[in-house]
Design a protein around this ligand. Structure first.
Ligand code: PLZ
Length: 444
């Protein structure tokens, strides 16, 4: 490991279990949580963090866990990358907040410039900054409506776009995201997408099906935007069949419908490119980012073609905390880390290690290994019927967690194990984590 990748938290990059998981201190904190935090805010793994960095999370009992989740694809540069830590410390000491709408500062503008350089959008762009992924998606829809003068938005099966009223409407899965929380925002339409393992359709055929639904049930002239994750995240790390996204994007362009790529989960080097749109061969009109953009600080963005973004009247976009100076300082350090520390290459290497691991540890219950870069998944199925096996998935995840691996699941059917390691994870540690997952699968 190079020095620049050694986490500032100074954590040894090894797994070490000194108590059962969760240990006594974590259990005591979980008991306090139950008395102070509502049950609706559930926890994947009731292990309380004390320090984190590189590929390790150290808990309050002194256990060092292998991090294969990055806090849901956020700490791609690690949870205490030295560049991020230094940038944040300097900015906090200078000033914490002025509100960009009141007294602007350079960091906001610089992040917008960096996004403009890296976004897979040709020609001039503009970027507006917000706090969360959901807020970015909300604002992308606002911009699309203002620019087109139309109201309808199409979202796909298995989509995840957030938990606010509008983004719940865009999100497909009811439980746990929407259940009992309606009514949802109007003028949102659900369209079939592309899920090669389950629909067996090639990209152009799946796109033709989606376009038919949009034409018949919405009408292009009513449609402001089509929003899609180029790799669907919470829905199951579904990579659409080749040609699906370009065909949908072409139809959008031909009808004045804006194509919004939601790269909140897939963006900012996660897939081995700056954006997953690049490999999919699509150029979005609007692009949403969050999660990995600021090394763990809350920051999100809408980036889009200048003439679209500038369609909104002065004062139409904003928010008190959007583009907070500490978060933008962290973000600039993330851009630097990705470039200077070779993290795009590391993401591609992580894909190779994960694919090789599952080639060497085949199992009939693995329906598919898929994904790109450090956004990989295995879908677990009944080998005979290919039906999703959520119970097996939960059992594997829980055994791996007990062995000290922070592991996430996803999928509409709850049967996908996803791998989202920090791009800075040492390769040995990644291999060790994968071995625990395979051991858990063999034992299940
Ligand atoms: N768009 C593509 O993946 C967030 C959600 C976790 P926020 N995904 C993790 C949970 O259970 O709440 C996400 C995403 C895509 C939008 C969002 C929303 O981002 O920062 O969580 O609002």
């Amino acid at each position: 490991m190079t020095d620049s990748l050694t986490p500032a938290a100074g954590l040894e990059q090894t797994r070490s279990l000194v108590t059962e998981i969760p240990g006594p201190r974590s259990r005591a904190l979980a008991a306090r949580q139950a008395e102070a935090v509502p049950a609706g805010v559930a926890t994947t793994m009731p292990v309380f963090a004390a320090r984190a960095g590189g590929g390790v999370i150290e808990d309050v009992d002194g256990n060092r866990l292998i991090d294969l989740g990055s806090g849901i694809a956020v700490t791609s540069v690690g949870a205490s990358h030295p560049r991020v830590v230094e940038a944040v410390q300097q900015q906090v000491a200078a000033f914490t907040h002025t509100c960009f709408m009141v007294t602007p500062y350079e960091g906001y503008v610089a992040v917008a410039e960096r996004l403009g350089e890296r976004a897979p959008i040709s020609g001039p762009t503009r970027s507006a900054l917000f706090n969360s992924g959901a807020e970015a998606v909300e604002n992308a829809v606002k911009v699309a409506r203002a620019h087109t003068g139309r109201q309808a938005v199409a979202a796909f099966d298995h989509a995840y776009h957030g938990r606010t009223t509008l983004t719940m409407a865009l999100t497909a899965k009811s439980m746990p995201y929407k259940h009992r929380f309606g009514p949802f925002a109007p003028e949102v339409y659900r369209v079939p997408g592309s899920y090669p393992l389950r629909d067996g359709l090639d990209g152009p055929t799946a796109a033709a099906r989606a376009i038919r639904v949009m034409e018949q049930q919405i009408g292009a002239e009513n449609l402001a935007a089509v929003i899609m994750e180029p790799i669907q995240g919470e829905g199951g790390f579904i990579v659409p069949a080749e040609g699906f996204l370009p065909a949908v994007a072409r139809w959008c362009r031909a009808h004045g419908v804006l194509f919004i790529a939601d790269e909140v989960q897939s963006g900012i080097a996660r897939t081995g490119a700056w954006f997953a749109c690049e490999a999919a061969g699509v150029e979005p009109d609007l692009l949403t980012t969050a999660k990995g953009i600021a090394g763990g600080m809350p920051l999100s963005a809408v980036t889009g073609r200048a003439e679209i973004m500038d369609a909104v009247h002065a004062g139409g976009l904003g928010g008190t905390f959007g583009g907070n100076p500490v978060a933008t300082a962290a973000s600039l350090a993330v851009f630097e880390a990705v470039e200077e520390d070779g993290l795009l290459e590391r993401a591609r290497r992580i894909e190779q290690v994960i694919r090789e691991h599952f080639e060497q540890h085949p199992d009939a219950r693995i329906g598919e290994v898929r994904g790109q870069g450090a956004m990989m998944a295995v879908e677990l199925v009944d080998p005979a019927t290919k039906q999703p096996d959520a119970a097996l998935t939960a059992a594997v995840a829980s055994a791996a967690r007990a062995a000290g691996v922070v592991l996430l699941t996803c999928g509409t059917y709850g049967n996908v194990i996803r791998f989202l390691p920090p791009l800075t994870i040492p390769e040995e540690l990644l291999r060790e984590g994968l071995a625990e997952v395979s051991a858990a699968l063999a034992a299940a």
